[in-house]
Design a protein around this ligand. Structure first.
Ligand SMILES: [Zn+2]
Length: 261
């Protein structure tokens, strides 16, 4: 289906980009993206992806909006405090771009539901705030052969990578970290704090990498980007596949999701 007059107008600044144009915008419209975590990363990621015209946008989160979220979770307004995040988020995204089909998944991602959830999407953006979810998504996306664009932020620093461990030349998250750290050894965002705009930088970069994957504009796979907000430093280093990786290496020992609680 060709772009409508309304779409030609709405996406005019994409359409004039030679690398995007009509065919790129049509790919964006045809894409189904799942965002895990409607927080400091998921908020800007969802807003930019909806604004860009991603056809189907899924939001997974089991939490409600709290006042202390609003310092960085720009998907929400003060009046949303107390509402389920996916409900308030879906409303905000629909108001921004009614052409996007937003699917709210008011649930916590678990080993029991992850495969069914990601099956409905082409690509997954991880903006979750805990290691259990990161490892679960990494393993599930590996088995489903789906690209995982993963962002993280703490205090003044961020990290971004695209994992495609199902490809022979690309690493997965376990190539970087073999297993989750023992519970309680790594403090979370509510304990350490996070500068709101730093989460905004990382969530925006995450949206950008999703758009690149969807529109065929390039990939971050095989590299990892780190951002230091206080010294304004971006660094991209090569992230090779680990042949000894228990998931995507040459002699894998992880064959399914049964290790996940
Ligand atoms: Zn791996």
């Amino acid at each position: 289906m060709p772009l409508s007059d309304d779409e030609l107008d709405r996406y005019a600044r994409h359409l004039v980009l030679r690398e995007v144009g009509g065919p790129g915008q049509a790919k964006i419209r045809g894409a189904k993206v799942l965002i895990v975590g409607a927080g400091g990363l998921g908020s800007p990621a969802a807003l930019y992806l909806a604004a860009a015209g991603i056809g189907t946008l899924g939001l997974v989160d089991d939490d409600a909006v709290s006042l202390s979220n609003l310092q960085r979770q720009i998907l929400f307004r003060t009046a949303d405090v107390g509402r389920p995040k996916v409900e308030a988020g879906a409303q905000a995204l629909a108001a921004l771009n009614p052409g996007v089909e937003v699917r709210p998944h008011h649930t916590r991602l678990t080993a029991a539901n992850v495969q069914e959830l990601i099956a409905g999407y082409d690509i997954v953006a991880d903006g979750s705030d805990n290691f259990a979810t990161r490892f679960l998504l990494n393993d599930a996306c590996f088995f489903a052969s789906k690209a995982l664009v993963s962002a993280a932020v703490t205090e003044f620093e961020g990290q971004l990578a695209t994992y495609k461990g199902y490809r022979r030349d690309c690493p997965c998250y376990r190539c970087l970290f073999a297993a989750p750290p023992p519970p309680g050894t790594v403090p979370n965002c509510s304990e350490t704090g996070v500068l709101g705009a730093a989460a905004g930088v990382m969530g925006s970069l995450q949206a950008l990498e999703v758009l690149k994957e969807v529109a065929g504009l390039g990939t971050l796979a095989g590299q990892i980007l780190t951002y230091k907000a206080l010294t304004t430093e971006f660094r991209t280093v090569r992230l090779p596949k680990d042949p000894a990786c228990a998931l995507c290496g040459t002699a894998p020992t992880i064959r399914d999701l049964s290790d996940h609680p």
